[in-house]
Ligand binder design. Structure first.
Ligand SMILES: *Cc1c(COP(=O)(O)O)cnc(C)c1O
Length: 392
């Protein structure tokens, strides 16, 4: 099939919900991708923070193949090994107590909101159901997580939205101002991903965490994008000096298979009881086996390497001295670049693609989320494309 044939097929049968780039991807190896016609791309996107082990990873493929040969799916009515093995690993390494597995980020955040509301209901009765979220946040595409998303552009068409969300800036003062008797939790991303790679100030986050403890509001941390090694620790909260009540994860956990979920601390570990929550595909054995291959790969040495690679990439970008590349922000391999010189981030991403480098945009920034396994050589190739494209 040619690119033109593929595009015609897609246009005919797939709903047009994505603004796609005129690029097709057929296969890959490491952090390098190839189109149907054999065109090579360096990948700074990892399927939006999903393909943490890149493409064609041997350990990941072996884990999936072994599991799919035994059991591809059963149901949560029966016990099966991969789920609890992965849950134990996540709990041990996060210091949290229990896991609920679903399939996506939005579904994980739905579970997180349900925990906050039921925790409050069980303890205080009706009336505490509001969750404070932050301006510029992104929490998903379901009606509830769209409402939780603190960006007006998402609050359209699909009325009525759930009323029990209020939006604050990422400061103690602003969160306090949105407080009240009706609040059960505060939900935040530590680096706002879709909102434009906006890292929060750790001091403000710690102060918000203290406020939550004082008011018995649950601290809900959405680590769908920042989690699973992306920032150089298993979870970003481990670098912010806070103890969340609930953490959601998805994107990178299974290295490319659909898997998401939440971790709760001891206090919240019995809030969801039989019949109050579930998911048909949740804890799917193949996805959770893939998740185990990811976590086994992400040992301390590997995570330290993510920090080093992030620092290398950042320094490399700063050294280019392009008139179009401004300040670089972010942590580990989650980087945002200010675009200057009269070009937009989308124009720059599109130019880079023409030259063989895949990048993302978020807010006004260029966003880089390379596979965590990216090599120095692949980073150098990407940096060379940045330089060649953006010094003209
Ligand atoms: C991507 C993302 C989501 C939504 O995840 P889906 O798997 O697309 O439902 C939620 N929160 C954050 C922070 C994300 O980056």
């Amino acid at each position: 099939m040619t690119f033109e044939e593929l595009k015609a097929l897609d246009d005919a049968y797939i709903m047009h919900t994505y603004g796609r780039f005129p690029v097709d991807i057929d296969h890959g190896e490491g952090a390098t991708l190839y189109s149907l016609s054999g065109r090579k791309y360096i990948d700074f996107t990892s399927g939006i923070g999903v393909n943490s082990l890149g493409y064609g990873n041997e350990k990941w493929m072996a884990a999936i193949t072994a599991q799919i040969g035994k059991l591809g799916h059963i149901s949560n009515l029966f016990y099966t090994q991969p789920g609890p093995l992965l849950a134990r690993e996540l709990c041990t390494r996060s210091g949290l107590s229990k896991v609920f597995f679903g399939n996506s980020g939005a579904e994980a955040n739905e579970a997180m909101i349900k925990v906050a509301r039921k925790y409050s209901f069980d303890k205080y009765g009706k009336g505490r159901s509001t969750v404070i979220t932050l301006n510029h946040s992104f929490h998903g595409r379901t009606i509830t997580t769209l409402t939780a998303t603190g960006q007006d552009s998402y609050h359209n068409y699909f009325f009525p939205f759930n009323e029990a969300f209020r939006y604050a800036d990422p400061t103690l003062e602003s969160v306090q101002a949105q407080g009240g008797e009706d609040v059960c939790g505060v939900m935040l991303e530590l680096i706002q991903g879709e909102g434009g790679v906006r890292p929060l100030d750790p001091k403000e986050v710690q102060a918000i965490a203290d406020l939550c403890r004082e008011k018995d509001w649950l601290l809900l941390v959405d680590e769908v994008q920042t989690g699973i090694g992306r920032t150089g620790t298993l979870f970003a909260f481990q670098q912010f000096g806070i103890q969340p009540d609930v953490v959601s994860f998805a994107k990178g956990i299974a290295g490319g298979l659909p898997l998401g979920g939440i971790l709760t601390n001891e206090k919240c570990s019995t809030v969801l009881t039989p019949g109050t929550h579930g998911s048909t595909f949740g804890a799917n054995p193949v996805s959770t086996a893939a998740g185990m291959a990811v976590l086994e790969t992400l040992d301390q040495t590997f995570l330290d390497g993510v920090k080093e690679k992030g620092a290398y990439l950042r320094a490399g970008i700063e050294a280019i001295g392009s008139p179009y590349l401004g300040q670089v922000v972010g942590m580990g391999l989650m980087l945002g670049i200010d675009i200057t010189g009269g070009r937009t981030n989308k124009e720059v991403a599109s130019l880079l693609m023409d030259h063989g480098l895949l990048c993302l945009t978020a807010g006004d920034r260029l966003r880089l989320l390379p596979p965590l396994v990216i090599t120095k050589d692949e980073m150098d190739q990407g940096l060379a494309i940045l330089k060649q494209t953006l010094m003209d």
